[in-house]
Structure formats: structure tokens, C-alpha cells
Design a protein around this ligand. Sequence first.
Ligand code: PEP
Ligand code: MN
Length: 338
Amino acid sequence: MMVIMREGATAEQIDHVVARIQEVGADAYVSQGERVTIVGAIGDREELTALPIEACAGVDRVVAILKPYKLVSREFRPADTVIDVRGSKVGGGHFALIAGPCSVETPDQVLAAAVAAKEAGATMMRGGAFKPRTSPYTFQGLGREGLELLAAAREQTGLPVVTELMDPRDLDVVHEFADVIQIGARNMQNFQLLSEVGKAGKPVLLKRGQSATVEELLMAAEYVVKEGNRDVILCERGIRTFEPSTRNTLDISAVPVIKLASHLPVIVDPSHSAGRLDLVLPLSLAAVAAGADGVIVEMHPNPELALCDGPQSLPSAAFGEYAGRVSELVKFTGKTLS
Ligand code: PEP
Ligand code: MN
């Protein structure tokens, strides 16, 4: 349930409400809005409803959150969450343009991609060091060495690094190098992994599972936020349907659906959505028009030689033109690339 404090409620009054909630073994989460503070209480429903919280000083009213997700819901936090990644912002009018190779392969490859991203105005770079591959016989990523190459590219360009974590055993090393920890589609419901990145306290990019509903995605995000990490970026990356002309089907309506239901930023991955280079720009423009807070796109200096996802990767040489088209529309929608 949510305890909505009166405008001007004091810190002592808020602390008292938190203490009363904790007394019955429930968790209290404080959301400080511009005018009012909301205290979310999560725990045994019967114990909580028996608490006479409405009688506490400074409390305006108590309402139930009917949705199964609580902390990520717009009800709990009406204003957009803005996530700051080394000064680069996502959400609340800030649009993230994240670009880079599917996987980190060589020092030259990752640096060339990062420089092209930076020159074209990208706000972050991506690159996988731990790769979730369908086949165990294909390139699995460079692991720690790949993370070091990403860090070197960050050093050169200043771009924050988004990279995937697949296994809680690699959390320490990924945490050491990443600015945003990506949880891939295949791990969206790896609940232990979600709790671990929740505790780690670094911004998380959570990708929607190939067969997951929007509600399941929000429940997955709830696992992270529940551990105290509010910095979760959600990513629509296409879902499995009966349509064979694309690798996945971009569920563009998920963008406004999620934004209505949640305060978390939502970005789109047009590369894995379609699996086709010729659809990357139109799907990116659709994402911007639908209200997305960013795009994460695969780009490679030489897609022909890519060890992973070459056919859907933008060549670095074409990235400037792509970024120009996307940023024009971003500006038109009143958002800033930052
Ligand atoms: C990726 O972004 O590198 C990736 C593997 O994407 P997804 O988890 O969406 O398939
Ligand atoms: Mn890929």
C-alpha cells in the first residue's frame, strides 16, 4: 500500500510512518516527490491494513496499489525517473543514444566503434564481453579482456559503458568496468541475478524477454528496485511472434504502455528487434515517435567481419547519418540528447 503524506509533512512524521511500517516486519520505501512524499509499504497485507497509519500525524491518506508491481509503478512515483550515468542522463526528457558492437572483439574494433559513436553524438557506448549465444560453438565473448577494452575506449572517448552480465559469479568484474549493467532478454527472469544487481547499486539496463509480457518485465524490474536500486532502464527489444520477416517483432506499443504504467525510462533496441540493417533507422524513428527515452543500436567498423550479429549492425561509417536523422526527430519531440 501507499501512504500519501500531506504537503509539508516533516521529516520526523515521515520517519515515524516508516518506523510503524517496519514494526510489523514490512519494508518501507520513501519516494520524495516535488510536493508530496509517498511511503510505499510492502509486506503482509493483513498486518499492514490493521495498522492505523491514517491516524499518524502528517498522513493525508492510505491507498492500495492494485498492480502486482509496486515500486516501479507510476502510482508510487508519478514523476519520470531520470538516471544519471556519469553525467549522461536518461528519462524525463533526456534521450540516450547508445551505440557499439554486439560483442567486443579487438582493441581496434571497439575503439573505432566508440570514436564513431562519440563523433556522431552518441551518449553512451555498448559492447558485450559476456555473450548469450544460442549455440555453444559460437564466439562467447572475451570476458574480462573485453571489459578492459571497453574501459580503454571509455578513457579515449568519455562515453559511459553499457555491458552485459549473465552470471552472478561475474558480478564483481562487470561491476568494476561497467557504467550500466545490462541484463539480457534471456536472463530477464533470472531472479537471483536481478536481486544481485539490485544490491550492487549500479544502473541496470533490463531487456524484455523474448516471450515476456510487459507485466512480467515490470515484475522483473521490481526485483531490482526492491533491493534498493532505483536506477533501472527498461528495454523493448522485440518479441517472438508468428511473423517470419523479422528476427523478432518490435512491440512498439509496449513503449507507451510501459511509460503509462511505470516511471522508469524505456528505450528500444531496433537491432535485435528486427535483425535487419534496413529496418534499424525506421524502427529507431518509430521508437522516438512512440515516446522512447533512448535507443541502443549495434554498430561495427566492419559488419562483414563481425563475430556476432553483423547483418543487423550499422557500419560505423554510416552511423553519423543515422544519428543525425534520429537526433532531428528527438529534438522535434522536445527531448534532448544528453
Ligand atoms: C545484446 O544486446 O547484446 C543482446 C544479446 O540482446 P538481447 O538480450 O536483447 O537478445
Ligand atoms: Mn547482438
